[in-house]
Design a protein around this ligand. Structure first.
Ligand SMILES: NC(=O)c1ccc[n+]([C@@H]2O[C@H](COP(=O)([O-])OP(=O)(O)OC[C@H]3O[C@@H](n4cnc5c(N)ncnc54)[C@H](O)[C@@H]3O)[C@@H](O)[C@H]2O)c1
Length: 256
């Protein structure tokens, strides 16, 4: 894709699932990737996989819920590359299914800290440099849950909806600084998060089968369904696209 070679990117939650697939693809496009994750072992494995494919990556331990830790981690990545960050992919996320009326405040705070404050912290820490340099790309990984809602994921859906609206408002603020902000919405996807969500036994399989029945293209997602769009949005080919929300979910939700 045009304009990616030699750039630097931070991908949060790149130690697993969708984030790892995005990190591998950006590295294959010639981008030096900061593999940000609270799970150091997972981040290390992603870096090894990138290096095995002759790519460049740095593992950075970072809890995105902690603003001071985020600013220190961004500083450390930028001093290791010797450059500002060109691309930020806000991918890290977490949830566990529970009916809203059975949830408690501590759970709301955890879901909100990761899925809502996390992208705020990361974007605030990274986009200031982008605006000053008059160049940057922010891509959020939200969810179709943020567009159409998801039973058992009420607070998470709220955070993902907030992320979508946040991207649109920020896109307006930073457009004249040549920074674009777009959001990709996966549907149900086969990752470790999905295993934790539905379980792996017979009951888990039943839930997966029901999910597949709801997808026009007849399957749930895999991590490799997303990196192409993320790389495109980060590339020069997407220079005139900002504030957009795009679902990658096999037609599960369709938006005009
Ligand atoms: N898997 C799905 O069905 C699905 C569907 C829609 C949207 N999404 C979204 O896609 C993104 C990636 O999900 P996934 O399925 O690959 O999940 P995953 O659990 O496989 O990976 C998430 C990664 O985020 C990291 N992480 C969690 N909390 C963190 C924190 N506080 N600081 C830094 N890193 C943290 C985890 O360690 C993990 O490596 C998430 O934003 C998720 O909400 C996933």
């Amino acid at each position: 894709m045009r304009g990616l070679k030699g750039k630097t990117a931070i991908v949060t939650g790149a130690g697993s699932g969708i984030g790892r697939a995005i990190a591998l693809r950006l590295a294959a496009e010639g981008v030096t990737v900061g593999v940000f994750d609270i799970n150091e072992a997972g981040a290390g494995d992603t870096v090894k996989a990138i290096e095995a494919a002759d790519g460049k990556a740095v593992a950075v331990a970072c809890d995105i819920t902690d603003y001071a830790a985020v600013t220190a981690a961004v500083k450390s990545f930028e001093s290791s590359t010797g450059a500002g960050t060109d691309i930020l992919v806000n991918n890290a996320g977490w949830d566990t299914p529970m009916p809203f009326l059975k949830t408690e405040e501590a759970f709301w705070k955890k879901v909100t800290a990761i899925n809502w404050f996390g992208p705020l912290h990361m974007t605030h820490a990274v986009a200031q440099g982008m605006a000053a340099r008059k160049s940057g790309r922010v891509v959020n990984i939200a969810s179709d849950a943020g567009r159409v809602g998801s039973t058992g994921e009420v607070v998470y859906s709220g955070c993902k909806g907030a992320t979508i609206a946040f991207a649109k408002a920020l896109a307006r603020e930073v457009a004249r600084s040549n920074v674009t902000v777009n959001t990709v919405c996966p549907g149900p996807t086969d990752t470790p998060a999905m295993d934790a969500f539905v379980g792996t036994g017979e009951q888990g399989q039943k839930i997966r089968d029901a999910m597949v029945r709801g997808v026009p293209l007849g399957r749930i997602g895999v991590p490799d369904d997303y990196p192409g769009l993320v790389a495109f949005l980060a590339s020069d080919d997407a220079a005139f696209i900002t504030g957009q929300t795009i679902s990658v979910s096999g037609g599960l939700s369709m938006h005009g």
